[in-house]
Structure formats: C-alpha cells, structure tokens
Design a binder for this molecule. Sequence first.
Ligand code: NAG
Length: 265
Amino acid sequence: MSAEKLNWRLLIMSTLLAVTSIFQMGYTSAYPNTAIEGFRNYLNKSHNPPFQLLNSEFEWIWSGMLAIYFVGFAIGSIITASIADRIGRKCTLCFGNFGGLLSAIIALFGIVFKLPILFGTSRLLMSLSAGISMNALILLLQESSPNHMKGLISFNGEMAFVITNLIGGLFGMKFLLGDNLAGLIGISIVPSAIACLLSTLLKESPKYLFLKQNDLDGAARSLRFYQNLKDDDEKTNILNELKLEREEMTAKNDTIFDILKKSTA
Ligand SMILES: *[C@@H]1O[C@H](CO)[C@@H](O)[C@H](O)[C@H]1NC(C)=O
C-alpha cells in the first residue's frame, strides 16, 4: 500500500525544520560550557569599573545566566498548549521561531555593546521561545504526519537537539569561536532565520483545521501538503477518522454533562 511508503519530502522537511527550530536551544545550552573563559573575560570587561570583577561575583552572575535557561524553557513549555489551541500550531511555531531569532540578535547586541543585562535578557527570551517552538513543532508534526512516520519524526526532534548541542559545544571551543563571542552568537542567527522562513511556509495541521476550525477544505489541502495524498479514497478515510474523533469528543462531553446533570439532580 502506498500509505506505508516512506514520505521523503516530509522526512526532509521535518528534519530541516527540527534542526533549525531547535538550534538556539541546543546551541546556547552547550557553548557556555566550552566558551566559559571567553564569557569570563566579557563579564570582566563589561564590569564597572572594567577588569575588577571578583571571582565570587563572576560565579553568581554566571550561575544566574545558566539558570535563566531552565526557567524560560519551563514557562515556554507550559504555555504552549493554550497558545497553540488559540492561534493554531503553525502560528505558535512561527511565534517561537521569531522569538528565537530576536533573542539571538539581542544577545549579539549585549556582547558587542558590553551589556550583560541585555545578554541575560536574551537568554530568557531564547529559552521561552525555545520551549514554545519545540512543543509547537512536535504538536504540528505529530498531528500532520501519517501514523507510520510519527515515531521517526519524534526521533528527528531528539536527534536535532543532540546535534545542535554538539555544534554549540564545538563552536564554543577556543580554537573555533570560544574567544570570539560576537562570532559565536552571530553565526546562530543564520539557522534561526531559516527556521522563521521555513515555518511561515508550512500549513496548519489538518487536525487543528478540522476539529477546531471546522475547515474541511483546508484540512484536505493540509493533508495533501504533508502526506502527499493523491488518492481521494485515502483522504476521505483520514477525514472520516477525524470526524469520528470529533464525534467521540462531543460524546465524551455529553457524558460529562450527563454526569453533572445526574449529580445535581
Ligand atoms: C578580571 O580581570 C582582572 C585583571 O585582568 C583579573 O585580575 C581578575 O581576576 C579578573 N576577574 C575574573 C573574575 O576573572
């Protein structure tokens, strides 16, 4: 059956999307480990008065900058579902990716103009955006890909994190860009800009279009985009499955209301 065939277009598209959307997250979590001396010098130079940063002060500032990452990512992950239900999966992914791009630009300004507070702010924005992008990406791809490719596509996301982490660690090394922080951060603008461009070219997930917006034609177009379904029978099958899902959803609501009615009666 053609439904079991590997969809190379979807695989390549989702891999590119995963690597570029997750790039900031993997990259910025890894380079602080290898470029720590570069950042120590940067903070020392940016200190007022310059070159009088104490070791204890450095430890505090540095721990704060590292911890911000987890705070932002946790908040981003928690709020994604409600944003994605309101504005859709695609728009949420675009939103997260634009946030990531903006954060890299702010970080670059923070380095060039020796403003550590700006660099710290960029890390908060970056991790918040990364939480949103990553969760929106998983939601969008899981809802849009054919069943037999869902596992492979989740694996893609995890691999993307491992790879971008590796790139961040490598680039942060002294012999690469560890002493050139502006270069280290500036270079990450490229994949983030690609992520923004790619995500605006996507289509909304068929499931969201059909179940949340009741847009049958849009859902059919989205199925053609993601799954390349030329066969009308297959498309009708999938849409029927979604219809069943919607009926189940409303049926469940009915029973909840029934239970409430019964318990208040
Ligand atoms: C900052 O620079 C000064 C002068 O080079 C040095 O003595 C001091 O140890 C540096 N501070 C840190 C935290 O590296």
